[in-house]
Design a protein around this ligand. Structure first.
Ligand code: AMP
Ligand code: GLY
Length: 424
């Protein structure tokens, strides 16, 4: 079987790596890929959002399954285009991708189907939004409606901060048209967890739980990023909470997808805030989380190809999923300046230390081969991911591995895993 992975980040490296281990997979392609992905797949000079070229490639090369990593091609309708041509693909249709592509669509969906979420209001007028913030007071959360690479959400501790966010999004257009509308919502306090499921529209298969770390600095300080590190499992989601999530969040969500006639054959990522033991939905993503996919896929024992093919073919009820009874942690190594502007082209040293390791994987995100060296080419550069018998062991292993890697100005969080260790 031949598989195409769309994307070129750490998540796609983890997907391509795991897919390439399937005895049923002869070849993995990745568009566009990166320097690490090139070791397990053939990288193609096709951009992740160039739907026409992707479809041509799949048709002329008889690709058996396409797996979409990032959200942008999904919101542009890559699944609709592939399904029309009868090409198996994992992901939601364009309407389903709006669950991530529009915060307003997602909030309205949650309200309509009785899914617990923060109280909110939508605005197109800056003045009205500012007045609402004044009325509600702080802390309060301001969200650009559209896609903003994980950076369009501002958790404001003061009214001034919220107004600055509104000004930057609505007036200065920091995220372009994604900020034409905003959501202003109640600030929820609690602990976050990422709850992902695979679905073919009928059957739901929950994936291992995980916890992301969105802020750039230790102690959850500083601006939000795409994610600076993650571990799996998330101990906060115990069996009883898992059942509550399935009943109060996943079941009405599945009913809603059907009622809205959304064709969703892929991963739904539900970002949860657990407040006093009760789960609320912060956001939906219509794909695997990045970096959550990295630690989760290291724990997956089952054949990822079988799972994703069954998802695309509507046959998920026939599959079983098993996980390694170990903990996995991913630490993101980022360029200096990220999530703001940063320089690229810094030489990365130490990557050879991990060749052939079973317990440590260095997933590449923003990297590029330049002559005989691998250099930085993005904000999030690498995701060093390690397994351990428990969270402490995984933490020791992963930070030991991180110490072997260097590039100029490299920044990373030193506290990934602490929350889980402290809660034991
Ligand atoms: P989102 O993209 O909507 O998940 O938001 C990104 C991050 O902002 C989340 O992972 C939370 O850390 C934070 N956040 C979003 N919405 C809220 C909220 N209503 N209350 C508190 N924090 C939030
Ligand atoms: N790690 C959060 C995301 O993938 O959006």
């Amino acid at each position: 079987m031949k598989v195409l992975v769309i994307g070129g980040g750490g998540r796609e490296h983890a997907l391509a790596w795991k897919l390439s281990q399937s005895p049923r997979v002869d070849k993995v392609y990745c568009a566009p890929g990166n320097a690490g992905i090139a070791e397990v797949a053939e990288c193609l000079d096709i951009k992740a959002d160039d739907i026409d070229k992707l479809l041509d490639f799949v048709k002329y090369n008889w690709i058996d399954l396409t797996v979409v990593g990032p959200e942008v091609p999904l919101t542009l309708g890559v699944v609709d285009a592939f399904v029309k041509e009868g090409r198996p693909i994992c992901g939601p249709d364009k309407k389903g991708a709006q669950l991530e592509g529009s915060k307003i669509f997602a909030k309205d969906f949650m309200q309509k189907y009785g899914i617990p979420t923060a109280e909110y209001k939508m605005f197109t007028s800056y003045l009205q939004a500012e007045e609402y913030v004044r009325l509600k007071g702080a802390p309060i959360v301001v969200k650009a409606d559209g896609l903003a690479a994980g950076k369009g959400v501002i958790v404001a501790e003061t009214v001034e901060e919220a107004n600055d966010a509104l000004k930057s999004i609505m007036k200065d257009k920091a995220f372009g048209d994604a900020g034409n509308r905003v959501v202003v919502e109640q600030c929820l306090k609690g602990e976050e967890a990422s709850f992902m499921i695979l679905t073919d529209g009928e059957t739901v298969v929950p994936l291992a739980t995980s916890q992301d770390h969105k802020q750039i600095f230790d102690g959850d300080k500083g601006p939000n990023t795409g994610g600076m590190g993650a571990y799996s499992p998330a101990p906060i989601v115990d069996e009883s909470l898992r059942q509550v999530v399935m009943e109060t969040i996943i079941a009405p969500m599945m009913r809603g997808l059907k009622r809205e006639r959304i064709n969703f054959r892929g991963v739904i990522y539900v970002g949860l805030m657990i407040c006093d033991g009760k789960p609320f939905v912060l956001e939906y993503n219509c794909r695997f989380g990045d970096p959550e996919a990295q630690p989760i896929l290291m724990r997956l024992e089952s054949d990822l190809f079988e799972l994703l093919k069954a998802t695309a073919d509507g046959k998920l009820k026939d599959v079983q999923v098993t996980w390694k009874d170990e903990t996995s942690i991913c630490i993101v190594l980022a360029s200096p300046g990220y999530p703001g502007s940063y320089e690229k082209g810094k030489v990365i040293k130490g990557l050879d230390s991990f060749k052939n390791s079973e317990d440590v994987m260095v997933f590449h995100a923003g990297t590029k081969q330049k002559n005989r060296e691998i250099v930085t080419a993005g904000g999030r550069v690498l995701g060093v991911t390690a397994l351990g018998k428990d969270i402490q062991a995984a933490r020791d292993n992963v930070y030991k591995a991180v110490e072997k890697i260097q590039f100029e100005g490299m920044q990373y969080r030193k506290d990934i895993g602490n929350k889980a260790i402290n809660s034991r």
